[in-house]
Design a protein around this ligand. Structure first.
Ligand code: GLU
Length: 443
C-alpha cells in the first residue's frame, strides 16, 4: 500500500482498540491500491478517506427487567455507515462479544456486500452486547421492546432498514417490529426478515445459506468442480449453516460435520438436518444433543478441531476469525479445494492469503453470503408494492443475483490483474459502484 497507506494509518489512530474493524478495512484497502492509481479524481476527492468513516454512529442505553424483577443495562448500537447508493441496510447482532469495533467491521463489510447485490441498498449494522442464550421468551421480548424504544428514532423504510444477524431471528424481528408499530402506528418495510404473516418474504429464511451454495456452485463450475459427490464441512448450526447444509445436500454433497460455540459433531453418514433443526430451532439446545439421536456420530468439545477433519469443501458459517492460519494450513494439507464464507469475515487475513496462494477456490463473505441481504432487499420491494412473490419467483431472483455477483467479482479480478482472486474482485467491484455514487453526490 502506498497511495492508501495514510488511510489505514488514520483508521488505526482514530479507532483504537478495534482490531476487527482494522482487519476489515485492511483487507479491502489491500485490493484498492490499483483502483486508486486508476482514479486520481477519487484520491483527490478523498473518497478512500471518507468511506472508512461512518456517516453516523449511534450508541444507546438499553435497560430491561428479567423474570425475577431485576434491572439490567445493555448497550445498543446502530452504525449508519454509508448511504450513497440507498438506505442503510444491515442486520442487528445480539451477542456478548458485540462492541463498537465489531459493529463497525460488520457495517463496513456491509457497504461492499450490499453494493455487489446490484440492488439500491447502503451499508449499516447494529446490535447489542445482550446475551440471548438461556433467556426466557418474556425476557427476549422485553429486551427487544426496550431496544426498539430507542432505535425507532433513527430508522425508517427509506432511511435505515435493520434485519437479523447472530442472535436475532424471526422471533426477535417480530418483537422489534411489534414495538415499532406501537410507537409509530405504521406498517412499513422498516425491518426485514419478518415472519410471513407480518409481510416477510418467502426464501428470506433460506437465502443466506442457499445463496452461499449458489455462489460457490458458480465458482466451482468455473474450475470444473461441483458439489455433487463432495464431502463438506459446515461450521455453525444457525440459520446460515442449516440452509447451506440443505442446499449443498440438494446439490449432491455429503455434509459430515457441523458445530456450535461449544463443540462440533461428526457424522460419517451425513448429518441428519431434521435432528439439527429440532435441537436448534425448536428446543434451542446445544449441538452435543445430536449424538443422543445418532449414536454413531461423535461430539468433540471446542471449535477449532472441525477444520482438522478431511473435506473437499469447507463452508465456515459461524462467526468472525474462526479459521486462522493454522486451520487454513490443515484444511489445505487435507485436500480441501474450496472454501465459501457464509459467516462475516470468518477467515483471518493470513488464512485468506494461504487459500489464495494455494489456489483454493475461495468465496469471500461479502460476495458469497450476500444472498441474505439481497433477499432482504427483495422483501423491501415486495413491501413497497404491497405484494408478495412466490417461493419460486424469489428463489429464481436469488439465483440470478448470486450468479451476477460471481460474474462481477470474477470480471473485476481479471480486469485489475488479480486473476482468480475473488477477494480482490469482490472488494473492487463492491467499492467502485459506491465510490462513483459518492463522487457524484459530492459526499
Ligand atoms: N445480517 C445479514 C448480513 O450479514 C443480513 C442483513 C440484512 O438482511 O439486512 O448480511
Amino acid at each position: 500500500m502506498e497511495i492508501l497507506k495514510h488511510v489505514m494509518d488514520d483508521v488505526i489512530k482514530r479507532n483504537p482498540n478495534e482490531p476487527e474493524f482494522h482487519q476489515a478495512v485492511k483487507e479491502v484497502l489491500l485490493s484498492l491500491e490499483i483502483v486508486a492509481e486508476k482514479h486520481p479524481e477519487w484520491v483527490k476527492d478523498k473518497i478512500f478517506d471518507k468511506i472508512v468513516e461512518p456517516e453516523r454512529q449511534i450508541i444507546f442505553r438499553v435497560p430491561w427487567v428479567d423474570d425475577n424483577g431485576e434491572e439490567h443495562i445493555n448497550r445498543g448500537f446502530r452504525i449508519q455507515f454509508n448511504s450513497a447508493i440507498g438506505p442503510y441496510k444491515g442486520g442487528l447482532r445480539f451477542h456478548p462479544s458485540v462492541n463498537l469495533g465489531i459493529v463497525k467491521f460488520l457495517g463496513f463489510e456491509q457497504i461492499f456486500k450490499n453494493s455487489l447485490t446490484g440492488l439500491p441498498i447502503g451499508g449499516g449494522k447494529g446490535g447489542s452486547d445482550f446475551n440471548p442464550k438461556s433467556k426466557s421468551n418474556s425476557e427476549i421480548k422485553r429486551f427487544c421492546q426496550s431496544f426498539m424504544l430507542e432505535l425507532n428514532k433513527y430508522i425508517g423504510a427509506n432511511t435505515d432498514v435493520p434485519a437479523g444477524d447472530i442472535g436475532v431471528g424471526s422471533r426477535e424481528i417480530g418483537y422489534l417490529y411489534g414495538m415499532f408499530k406501537k410507537i409509530r402506528n405504521e406498517s412499513t418495510g422498516v425491518l426485514t426478515g419478518k415472519g410471513l404473516t407480518l409481510g416477510g418474504s418467502l426464501v428470506r429464511t433460506e437465502a443466506t445459506g442457499y445463496g452461499l451454495c449458489y455462489f460457490m456452485n458458480e465458482a466451482l463450475k468455473a474450475k470444473g468442480k461441483s458439489f455433487d459427490g463432495a464431502t463438506v464441512i459446515i461450521s455453525g448450526s444457525g440459520n446460515v449453516a442449516i440452509y447451506a447444509n440443505q442446499k449443498a445436500t440438494q446439490l449432491g454433497a455429503k455434509v459430515v460435520a457441523m458445530s456450535d460455540s461449544n463443540g462440533y459433531i461428526y457424522d460419517a453418514n451425513g448429518i441428519n438436518l431434521n435432528t439439527i433443526r429440532k435441537i436448534k430451532e425448536v428446543e434451542r439446545k446445544r449441538i452435543h444433543e445430536y449424538t443422543k439421536y445418532h449414536p454413531n456420530a461423535s461430539y468433540t468439545e471446542g471449535c477449532d478441531g472441525i477444520w482438522k477433519l478431511k473435506c473437499d469443501i469447507a463452508l465456515p458459517c459461524a462467526t468472525q476469525n474462526e479459521i486462522d492460519e493454522n486451520s487454513a494450513k490443515t484444511l489445505i494439507a487435507n485436500g480441501c479445494y474450496a472454501v465459501g464464507e457464509g459467516a462475516n469475515m470468518p477467515s483471518t487475513i493470513e488464512a485468506v492469503d494461504l487459500f489464495i496462494k494455494n489456489k483454493v477456490i475461495f468465496g469471500p463473505a461479502k460476495a458469497a453470503n450476500a444472498g441474505g441481504v439481497a433477499t432482504s432487499a427483495l422483501e423491501m420491494s415486495q413491501n413497497s408494492m404491497r405484494y408478495s412473490w412466490t417461493f419460486e419467483e424469489v428463489d429464481t431472483k436469488l439465483q440470478n443475483i448470486m450468479k451476477n455477483i460471481y460474474i462481477k467479482c470474477s470480471n473485476a479480478a481479471n480486469e485489475y490483474g488479480f486473476e482468480d482472486n475473488l477477494v480482490a474482485g469482490a472488494n473492487i467491484a463492491g467499492f467502485t459502484k459506491v465510490a462513483e455514487a459518492m463522487y457524484s453526490l459530492g459526499f
